[in-house]
Design a protein around this ligand. Structure first.
Ligand SMILES: Nc1nc2c(ncn2[C@@H]2O[C@H](COP(=O)(O)OP(=O)(O)O)[C@@H](O)[C@H]2O)c(=O)[nH]1
Ligand SMILES: [Mg+2]
Length: 341
């Protein structure tokens, strides 16, 4: 059974850790493929020495591009599923069996590693942004997703083939969850070890969070636009639909994402209005209704986003002056609640 599954690792300047990650993974699977993404150190040769097959990408293009190359390679080599792992040692290869066991029960589903059960081990700002990402991404994916930002995952490749990936860098992993969930795929999780050691991160907190947020907002705009006017249509994604066509065109996509970002607040109000007014006529927003939470909470949460930004800045300024305030966490708990019991 495991011969149909391999481990894929997108890697960028990971010479400190790549050997142990590859070696650790090879204890559980026969094949590990590493995409070396224009590293300026010897990541590629170390990965190869440790027993991985290495795809070399000459110029650094980011995690999303590397993942797409890895999926393609695994498909060409006849694999049916892949487990993706980070190269920097934040994922323990000894957690691989958890994914394989879950996969043996849920063969069609995505299995995501979750670190949310060890909140205290996650840097606070990172946890808070993960918490808010989860609130919105779960709506877009039609189900509650425990951890939306973890790169340790199992993907069935038959599913990957049905999704047109148009984003780059760290956005791609979010895109997969949105589109898979919005096509009707179940996204499950296994609790993995949370490791925030001394590993360096290439994730740029402001830029990459903004890019992910802009993508999720633009996705929800179209999804809810469709759902506002349709009855019992919770799944709105299909391969190369209008959204994918826009996504493939960089200029059009940039324009579209900017417009949707700036119209978020009026759009949230319009959706709430349609949710209330059209309800007696059609069962619109069936994805929201199926989740058992009304649109009101979503509209309030969305209106609170700019307030949250202000609150975060004020807290930061006060704490830089020597205070030790923490009102951001409570604010987030209040307005971005765990709605799924
Ligand atoms: N191929 C490729 N992989 C990357 C790149 N940046 C990050 N990664 C991979 O993505 C993982 C997670 O990125 P990282 O920078 O550690 O972000 P963080 O763990 O979320 O802070 C890394 O361990 C690498 O495996 C990149 O530019 N190219
Ligand atoms: Mg990392």
């Amino acid at each position: 059974m495991t011969s149909k599954l391999c481990v894929v690792i997108p890697a960028y300047n990971a010479s400190k850790t790549i050997k142990s990650v590859v070696g650790g993974a090879l204890k559980y699977v026969q094949k590990v493929i590493v995409a070396d993404d224009g590293s300026t150190d010897n990541t590629a040769s170390l990965a190869s020495d440790a027993g991985a097959e290495v795809i070399v990408i000459n110029k650094n293009k980011g995690k999303g591009n590397a993942l797409k190359k890895l999926f393609q390679k695994a498909i060409e080599e006849g694999y049916k599923s892949v487990i993706s792992m980070d190269a920097d040692g934040q994922h323990d290869p000894d957690d691989i069996p958890l994914f394989i066991n879950a996969h043996n029960t849920y063969r069609e589903d995505i299995i995501v590693g979750s670190r949310m059960h060890e909140k205290e081990k996650i840097p606070r700002a990172r946890y808070n942004s993960m918490h808010i990402a989860r609130f919105y991404i779960s709506f877009a994916a039609n189900q509650f997703i425990e951890d939306t930002q973890c790169g340790f995952r199992l993907y069935p490749l038959s599913l990957i083939k049905k999704i047109c990936l148009t984003t780059e860098r760290y956005v791609t992993e979010t895109e997969i969850l949105l589109k898979a969930g919005d096509m009707g795929t179940a996204i499950r999780f296994v609790n993995i070890k949370t490791i925030y050691g001394d590993s360096e991160s290439h994730f740029r907190p402001v830029i990459d969070v903004t890019l992910i947020t802009a993508y999720v907002i633009s996705y929800l705009h179209i999804k809810w636009f469709i759902e506002a006017a349709t009855s019992n249509k919770p799944f709105t994604y299909s391969f190369y639909n209008i959204r994918d066509k826009i996504g493939k065109n960089k200029i059009l996509n940039g324009f579209f994402q900017t417009i949707t970002a700036f119209t978020t607040l009026p759009a949230a109000t319009l959706f709430l209005f349609e949710y209330i007014v059209l309800a007696p006529v059609i069962n619109n927003f069936s994805s929201i209704r199926r989740l058992g939470c009304g649109f009101f909470k979503i509209t309030v949460a969305t209106y609170m986003l700019p307030v949250l930004l202000g609150v975060t800045i004020i807290e930061k300024i006060l704490n830089n002056m020597g205070f030790q305030f923490n009102f951001v966490d409570g604010f987030i708990e209040q307005f971005y609640p765990h709605l799924w019991g």
